[in-house]
Design a protein around this ligand. Sequence first.
Ligand code: AMP
Length: 277
Amino acid sequence: MEIAATIAEFRQARGRLGRLGFVPTMGFLHEGHLSLVRRAREECGAVAASIFVNPTQFGPSEDFSRYPRDMERDLALLRAAGCDLVFTPGVAEMYPPGSLTAVEVTTVTDTLEGAVRPGHFRGVATVVAKLFNIVQPSCAYFGQKDAQQCVVIRRMVRDLDMPLEVIVCPTVREVDGLAMSSRNVYLQPDERQAATALSRALDAAAALYKAGERDAGRLRQAMRDVLAAEPLAGIEYVSVADPELLSELETVSAGALLSLAVRLGRTRLIDNIPLPG
Ligand code: AMP
């Protein structure tokens, strides 16, 4: 496995590989990330990953400086998962002084995470566009865990005619249902227990849908009820939205996206499930 910290080094190593699958990450890897690497390995000739905690997607009061990092462990996990090439740039390599350009996807960034994290998706779209230009992948792999991010990246790729395929992979969960996340390490033991409320809330709403309920308001209420029964959980939003436009629905249709954001102490967690299409 080759490791490149500069764009020039990466381009040289990338030149020796053909068709490439790409997995962008912020590091502190877990099984969710590794599932993307394995999928890329199955589907592409070679796999590249990036590890970059992107400052421009964090708000001023968010956790950029304390975001967990462990480069040595990450590299060992990527090597074991069969990654061929890793890009590990520093902030100055990605954002040299004087840059005047950003990528902004509109409308689908106004709701959900975009509404509570202003500027977040501008940072995400810009860094992912830069990474795509550096890596030049045939396929890029993203997790359903960050559903709105997947919608934004798909739109960007389509709208800017980027020559690659975006592949969305299922959310990998702990045995008790908690979606894996690098941020789960922030949770105190009581918060970690309470965190199962996120997937339980989604499951409760999905069960109602399966039983025939089509009123989106009732699904939202079912999610709120489960979360409200967990004293440590502070609801930021619960949503039943159109899977492409991300606008709230009144009547649930197949493929609708159930999603929520919850605060547990200082930690903010998100989760979602798409209803069967
Ligand atoms: P991050 O390092 O959090 O930026 O995540 C990098 C990629 O891994 C993104 O495409 C995420 O959606 C994906 N990812 C994160 N957690 C999971 C998970 N539990 N299951 C599947 N994919 C995930």
